[in-house]
Design a protein around this ligand. Structure first.
Ligand SMILES: Nc1ncnc2c1ncn2[C@@H]1O[C@H](COP(=O)(O)OP(=O)(O)OP(=O)(O)O)[C@@H](O)[C@H]1O
Ligand SMILES: [Mg+2]
Length: 156
């Protein structure tokens, strides 16, 4: 299969958009990709075999998942450094789906979560408990959060 470079390959993302847009609200049987992980609001597919950088496609399975994707886009866009680099970027998105770099998930995610809680400890957030072991990993060997739509950073 063709390798996608999301930054330079203009044609393929458009086709991919339509494809992924149509996936939202479909049953898992309709999607020809292997499920990598389940979350409460999104199903996560490993699409590394068709991307230049290891990547995951996250498809909302309910309205919470969909809201989470729009919150993530907005929050990552507005948050300032050094916190920005602690949130995994969204490389591509559409109606009810997004593509993120695939993070490494080592065994010590509890320690990673603790480190991130420490880094964000003075930041105003609606739900600090969302920074926990299941929502964190390593990106370029750096601790990051990949599920941050529910955190509610105070960006005012
Ligand atoms: N960027 C990523 N890299 C590697 N694994 C990921 C990534 N994003 C999600 N995952 C895996 O998929 C699981 C579910 O993803 P995520 O937490 O984003 O979904 P969710 O529906 O918001 O979950 P929940 O609401 O249940 O916390 C994660 O716990 C993690 O194992
Ligand atoms: Mg999660």
């Amino acid at each position: 299969m063709k390798q996608i470079n999301w930054n330079t390959d203009i044609g393929f993302p458009r086709i991919w958009h339509t494809k992924a847009d149509n996936m939202y609200n479909k049953s898992e049987d309709d999607i020809e990709l292997d499920i990598y992980k389940y979350g409460g609001g999104r199903t996560v597919y490993d699409i590394s075999h068709i991307t230049t950088q290891p990547s995951v496609l996250k498809i909302a399975i309910n309205k919470y998942g969909k809201e989470e994707i729009s919150n993530e886009l907005q929050q990552r866009h507005n948050i300032k450094q050094p916190f920005k680099s602690r949130l995994v970027p969204i490389i591509h998105y559409g109606n009810g789906w997004c593509v993120q770099p695939k993070c490494e998930i080592p065994n010590n995610t509890r320690d990673i979560a603790r480190q991130l809680q420490e880094q964000f400890k003075h930041f105003d957030m609606k739900d600090k408990s969302e920074i926990y072991s299941k929502n964190v990993g390593l990106y370029n060997n750096t601790p990051v959060i990949f599920d941050y739509g529910g955190i509610g950073f105070d960006l005012s």
